[in-house]
Design a protein. Structure first.
Length: 417
């Protein structure tokens, strides 16, 4: 394919993104929507991928892979505009005015203290009993990779997003809970589990007016994200591998950071150029539901969503393909289209419900879905068990709050402006 054709494909996604941004803003009067959250991080990472293509040891970018995102974004936008039309036609509320009640339940303080104590105990216990070093993947697996501690870690991620939302000048002590829970996520060594709860909390702060979208906020988020990578990599280099943090180590960290940032887009690029050697069955897309059914039915077979095909992007290996790329390799064209339309419809349905109810727990579920979309530049996160477990945890928290704490809210599905 010629350079001019590559240029046209790149321009096509930029023009499409710009047009969809304009239409989305017209439709919802806000920048915080599922389509924005899905699209803008991908465009930013795509431009970085194109910029480093052929440099710093990275492979050349295969531009036709962008066409999958052209199609995916158009399909994802259809429910957005349909729901917006219905809301406006019936005078329904389309912009969130924040969460109804900002009083943090006292039980959340007790939960925070409990989590701090049990996780500190677990860290000390694992350090004493493990044969592996803190900062290694093996240590992370022993620490909270499965069983009771794995489920408690997911509960901790839910509470982390809630504590970030409630943090203010009068609740500075919440930093204790936030720092300990963030440390748990860092020890877990999975970057998505560190980023996603923070994204949920920040989104809830934005829609409630606690935090304003600004250049300083975006810069802070960018610096924080980079810091997550540096902390985990420094742990690996200095603690696990017992190497010095010299110029070579810093260069390795830079290359690894850029690799991680572009591994989804470059992985999809290389996968498409090779003719999709990892084509598979749609069962992979519904891994968590199949595994739940197998456990209930007595079948102990566990289906893994991890792509077994790794591609070398010039500096490291990758097996991630972005949200639309992974969906594409496990579906045919009809299944690809139907899934995206359904996923978008679910996200926008939750947007309308969360805007209307102004409830902490409904907003948490909605922005959890949005945070998975925000990671779409990296991988398809909708086939993990967390997609089921985290909303269930939030619904149980709501039931507990309603039944025992006495904060009985009304939850209209749709309310008029």
């Amino acid at each position: 394919m010629s350079s001019f054709q590559d240029f046209l494909i790149l321009v096509s996604i930029l023009v499409e993104a710009g047009l969809l941004c304009w239409l989305e803003k017209k439709a919802w009067n806000t920048l915080v929507t599922p389509l924005f959250i899905l699209m803008l991080p991908y465009v930013a990472v795509l431009l970085i991928s194109v910029a480093i293509s052929g440099y710093f040891g990275f492979i050349d970018f295969y531009y036709p892979s962008i066409l999958i995102w052209n199609a995916g974004l158009l399909l994802f936008a259809i429910p957005s505009f349909a729901f917006s039309f219905l809301c406006r036609r019936n005078n329904y509320q389309t912009v969130s005015s924040g969460i109804r009640n900002d009083d943090m339940p006292r039980i959340f303080t007790l939960i925070g203290l409990f989590l701090v104590m049990v996780f500190l105990y677990r860290i000390l216990q694992t350090v004493r009993s493990s044969h592996f070093i803190l900062g290694s993947d093996e240590f992370a697996e022993e620490f909270a990779g499965y069983g009771f501690w794995g489920h408690l870690k997911r509960f901790g991620s839910v509470m982390l997003s809630i504590y970030i939302y409630y943090l203010d000048r009068n609740r500075r002590w919440l930093w204790l809970f936030i720092i300990v829970l963030l440390s748990v996520m860092v020890i877990n060594m999975v970057k998505g589990t560190m980023i996603i709860p923070c994204v949920v909390g920040v989104f809830m702060r934005i829609v409630s007016g606690k935090t304003k979208i600004s250049g300083s906020l975006l810069l802070s988020v960018a610096i924080s994200a980079v810091a997550v990578f540096f902390v985990t990599l420094v742990l690996t280099i200095v603690v696990v591998n017992e190497n010095d943090l010299d110029d070579k180590a810093l260069l390795f960290i830079f290359q690894h950071f850029v690799h991680y940032l572009t591994s989804g887009t470059l992985g999809l690029s290389m996968d498409m150029e090779l003719g999709f050697p990892d084509r598979g069955d749609i069962d992979v897309i519904f891994t968590q539901f199949i595994n739940i059914y197998n456990q209930i039915s007595g079948d102990k077979t566990i289906l893994s969503p991890v792509n077994p095909v790794y591609h070398f992007t010039g500096t490291n290996l990758t097996n991630v393909r972005t949200v639309f790329g992974t969906l594409y390799i496990y579906t045919n064209h009809l299944q690809f289209s139907v899934y995206i339309l359904c996923l978008s419809s679910i996200c926008y349905f939750f947007k309308i419900v969360s805007d209307a109810s102004r409830n902490l727990y409904v907003n948490s579920i909605y922005f959890y879905l949005c945070s998975l979309l925000a990671m779409g530049w990296f991988e398809f996160y909708f086939f993990h068990l967390d997609l089921v477990e985290i909303p269930v945890i939030l619904l149980l928290l709501y039931c507990f709050d309603w039944a025992f704490v006495g904060r009985k809210y009304k939850y209209p599905i749709i309310c008029s402006t």
